[in-house]
Structures are given as C-alpha cells and as structure tokens.
Ligand binder design. Structure first.
Ligand SMILES: O=c1ccn([C@@H]2O[C@H](COP(=O)(O)O)[C@@H](O)[C@H]2O)c(=O)[nH]1
Length: 236
C-alpha cells in the first residue's frame, strides 16, 4: 500500500458543516491532520460548542473558528479572546464591522503568547453584484472586496476572506504579506450549490490564495478521503 504524501503546510481547510457533533466526529476520524485543516462554523459550533473545538485541536488539527463576529468593539474583542483561549489557529470577524471593531479585536489578542490569526470577511462568496445593489452598494463585488481588504490591512489584521476571483487583484494592490482565505472553491464538474464567485482548487492556488475553504465537495462526496486526496494532488 502506498503511504499518503504528507502536506508540509496543508492548504485545504475543510468546512465541517455538520448538524451534530457525532456526525462531524465520525467524518473527522477518517482524516489526517497533516493533510487538511478544519473549519468550524456557526451550525456545528451551536450544537457542539467549545469542548468539541478543543477535542479537534487535541487530535492535532489546526482549527479555523469561522463565527464571523460582527458587533460593537467591546463584544467582538471579548469574543476573539474567548476563541484564543480555546486554542484555535484562526478566527474571523466581518470587515464591515469597521476599523474600530477590527482594531479592538486585534488589540485584544495582544496578551496571548501565541494568538490565532485574525482575518476579516469582505464580501461573502455567495453574493454577486445584485446582492450588493440590494444593500445600496452600486458597485461590483471586487471593488467592495478591495475597499474592505484595505481597511482590514490598515486595522492591523492578518488577512481576509474573499473569493479566489479577487486574489490576483488583492496580491497586486496589497502584496504578498497578507493571508487570503478563499471559500467558493469548486473542483471542475462539482455542484456549485449556493456559491456564486467560484474557482477550482489549482486555479485558486495559482492565483495566490493562501488557504482554500472547501466543504460540500469533500463532506458530501461518496468517498471524502479520496476527494481530499484528489484535491491535494491537484495542488502539487
Ligand atoms: O464568503 C464566505 C465566507 C465563508 N464561507 C463558508 O465556507 C464554507 C463553504 O462551504 P462549501 O460547502 O464549500 O460551499 C461554508 O462553511 C461557508 O459558511 C463561504 O462559503 N463564503
């Protein structure tokens, strides 16, 4: 039997969008922490909570806590501290919460010896121009992404969540020293679901994404381990 090739710095963050802790756990038990990182979002966190996140970390996984905080500065600062105490690798806020909120979150992490990466969501990958228009924003998603990414950088955060379609622009405008985490990743031929601004895994890496968030194309695959292996192979 051939040994799996271990990733030095796994680029795939699997979105654990499961309705129960048991469902998520039986899925995770098939995975190797050298081959992927894990993302815990609102659905799983609501049913499984901090202890589940700590259990994933104890199994050796880097965990991105994707709760997309958006609130007054004090509340968000306390929330990112709570995330840091869980030992997560990455946590996020919404950039549209503004610079005061983002700076408060960043400052709140200063007391931690090894703080998590702090990134901000720009424009959700499920949104397109008509969705922004509905909010009174008569601009293309990429313009709003650039505006919010510049605000995030100026607020001292480590990076943003954006679609891979904006990565080339952000690398040109903001540079290489900024973490670009891209959901809306779809291997060729897979269901798009509710995503709108999508890209394939190799194209996203080629464009300059730092990490690829991938959920359903792996979690709903007939053989999730094989689906992850195929994606990792396509990135080499
Ligand atoms: O702009 C965003 C921000 C976060 N997400 C999250 O990523 C995953 C994507 O899952 P798929 O099944 O691969 O569509 C999901 O947890 C979202 O909450 C995003 O899609 N877009």
């Amino acid at each position: 039997m051939t040994q799996p090739i271990l990733e030095q710095d796994a680029k795939v963050l699997i979105a654990l969008d499961f309705a129960t802790a048991n469902g998520a756990l039986s899925f995770v038990d098939q995975l190797n922490p050298n081959e992927c990182r894990l993302k815990v979002g609102k659905e799983l966190f609501a049913v499984a909570g901090p202890d589940f996140v700590k259990a994933l970390i104890a199994k050796g996984f880097d965990v991105f806590l994707d709760l997309k905080y958006h609130d007054i500065p004090n509340t968000v600062a306390k929330a990112v501290q709570a995330a840091a105490r869980m030992g997560v690798w990455m946590v996020n806020v919404h950039a549209s919460g503004g610079s005061k909120m983002m700076k408060a979150a960043k400052e709140a992490l200063a007391e931690f010896e090894k703080p998590p990466l702090l990134i901000a969501v720009t424009v959700l990958t499920s949104m397109q121009q008509e969705d922004l228009a509905e909010l009174g924003l008569d601009i293309e998603p990429k313009e709003q992404v650039l505006r919010l990414a510049k605000l995030t950088k100026a607020s001292g955060l480590d990076g943003v969540v954006c679609s891979a379609q904006e990565v080339t622009m952000l690398r040109e405008e903001i540079g290489d020293d900024f973490c670009l985490v891209t959901p809306g990743i779809r291997p060729a031929g897979s269901d798009v679901n509710d995503q709108k601004r999508i890209m394939t895994p190799p194209d996203a890496m080629q464009a300059g994404s730092s990490y690829l968030v991938i959920g359903r194309p792996i979690t709903k695959a007939e053989n999730p381990v094989a689906a992850l292996a195929a994606i990792n192979d396509s990135l080499r």
